[in-house]
Design a protein around this ligand. Structure first.
Ligand code: C2O
Ligand code: CU
Length: 497
């Protein structure tokens, strides 16, 4: 059955979604899409004190005082006017991740707009499309501003019927924090969506958090293998809170609950599991699959989104949690409690993924929803490298942005990019302005490509081929979504004339 707007709001209230969900109230979609004046939404970016968990209050940056920022809900095609007031002591911009906005609304400082100065206001206006789980976040000094909380969901409800049914839904934003209050969580880069099942796929990693104080000027292996200045992430949150402060999700037996999972982390891939249940993956980066894919656990790289449906068929109390080493200890778990089971004791989260069926890019079949090409076909090859000997330089074909070679094409062209990762870290590559088909990963071609806007290129010789129809004119960023890598140069421009 289809979830109506009213049901969604009622659900938010029933679920006790808290700040993120209730933000939807300030941004209710209008009944009819596209007609008349745009709907105005006010956002203010400012510094706040934010309690991640009791005893863990940090200095954060927030939209409208909440972390993550208020969830914006729009109907597909609805015109939104978002007035962003910058009450920070530094510049900022907002990027509408996964939305096909006009180029001038894309939020990339120095490319599509000037930074919004402290005290200034900028008005973003665009049509909300395509439908799906999108999000918005700062695109200025992301390695600081995103890490401090400037990210939030943007949910675009389809104009027609939801293709895959559910009874209620919850948006789940995962994030990592470097607070200096706990033990740094080990990096787990080798675990990427393409190679998950394999033995090496989930190595727990000794990249940075591990062997400190060895050779190489005190950095040891950590310094040799990854970027030298990566923050030490030590708290993991779900909707801005670390366990035990995470909001429980209350369900009724028999319900189909849709989770819209957004990984807002700068660095970490999360592997989401709900004990006692399987997850039906229905959407990749907001775009519907032909049919749900049932898995035990879902790896999600930075900036990726997956929608999953949980069939509530095992009454009791359970943890939704991450199976990555150290993440549960850092706070990444929340209770899922069935009606009339408020006092049940949930089993402790099981570490690891032994014996579990994991989602990977080969599991799903995408729908052919992208516009057809009418112009020329062109292919570019990009080799991703960097991070050697602790350096924070990250390159595409040996060059750092702005020296990287742009891809130049015309509207309607079919653009293919073949990516190869020669570095020791995974790179979740994101294209602005239009989504792409994932044609292949690690040598396997897919007959019915997933539609995505982020593809995680596995470390150690991982590869992928993406293809898109350049339908949105302008200069678009194509970059690694790990802010430290982006800042280190792993960006190329796609110029659509
Ligand atoms: Cu989600 Cu260039 O960003
Ligand atoms: Cu990267």
């Amino acid at each position: 059955m289809m979830t109506t707007r009213r049901q969604v709001l009622a659900t938010a209230a029933r679920l006790g979604v808290g700040a993120a969900g209730l933000g939807a109230l300030v941004s209710r979609p209008r009944g009819s899409a596209g007609a008349g004046a745009p709907r105005t939404i006010d956002l203010e970016a400012r510094e706040v004190r934010w309690e991640l968990a009791p005893g863990k209050t940090v200095k954060a940056m927030a939209y409208n005082g909440q972390v993550p920022g208020p969830e914006i809900r729009a109907r597909e095609g609805e015109r939104l006017r978002v007035i962003v007031k910058n009450a920070l002591a530094e510049p900022t911009t907002v990027h509408w991740h996964g939305v096909d906005v006009p180029n001038g609304m894309d939020g990339v400082p120095g490319v599509t707009q000037d930074p919004v100065q402290s005290g200034a206001t900028f008005t973003y206006e665009f049509e909300a499309r395509p439908a799906g789980t999108r999000w918005y976040h700062t695109h200025f000094d992301e390695h600081r501003q995103m890490d401090l909380g400037l990210a939030a969901p943007l949910i675009i409800e389809p104009h027609g019927k939801e293709p895959l049914a559910h009874d209620r839904e919850l948006t789940v934003v995962l994030d990592d924090w470097a607070t200096g209050t706990g033990r740094p969580v080990p990096s787990t880069d080798a675990g990427t969506a393409a190679g998950r099942g394999s033995a090496g796929g989930m190595m727990s990693g000794m990249r940075r958090g591990g062997s400190m104080g060895g050779m190489m000027g005190g950095r040891g292996m950590a310094g040799m293998m990854g970027g030298g200045n990566e923050p030490a992430y030590d708290v993991m949150t779900i909707n801005g809170k670390a366990y035990p402060a995470t909001q429980p999700l209350r369900v009724k037996a028999g319900e189909h609950v849709r989770l819209r999972i957004i990984n807002a982390s700068a660095e970490h891939t999360h592997v989401v599991r709900l004990a006692g249940h399987r997850l039906r993956v229905t959407h990749t980066d907001g775009n519907p699959l032909q049919a749900p894919v049932e898995v035990d656990a879902l790896p999600i790289a930075p900036a990726e989104r997956y929608d999953v449906v949980v069939v509530a068929n095992r009454p009791g109390a359970w943890f939704l949690h991450c199976t990555q080493p150290g993440h549960v200890q850092a706070g990444e778990r929340m209770l899922v409690v069935y009606e009339n089971h408020a006092h049940a004791t949930p089993p402790d989260p099981e570490p690891g993924i032994a014996g579990l069926t994991l989602w990977d890019y080969a599991s799903g079949h995408g729908r052919p929803v992208l516009p057809a090409a009418t112009g020329e076909s062109r292919t570019s090859v990009m080799t991703l490298s960097g991070g050697m000997m602790g350096s924070d330089d990250w390159t595409i074909n040996g060059k750092r942005y702005p020296d990287t070679d742009p891809i130049t094409c015309r509207k309607g062209d079919r653009v293919r990019i073949a990516l190869r990762n020669m570095s020791m870290e995974a790179h979740p590559m994101h294209l602005h302005g239009q989504s792409f088909r994932l044609l292949a990963a690690n040598g396997t071609r897919y007959a019915e490509p997933l539609v995505k806007d982020v593809v995680d290129i596995e470390a150690h010789m991982g590869s992928a081929v993406i293809e898109f129809t350049a339908h949105n004119g302008g200069d678009w960023f194509f970059h690694c979504h790990k802010p430290m890598h982006m800042m280190g140069g792993m960006i190329a421009l796609v110029r659509v004339k």
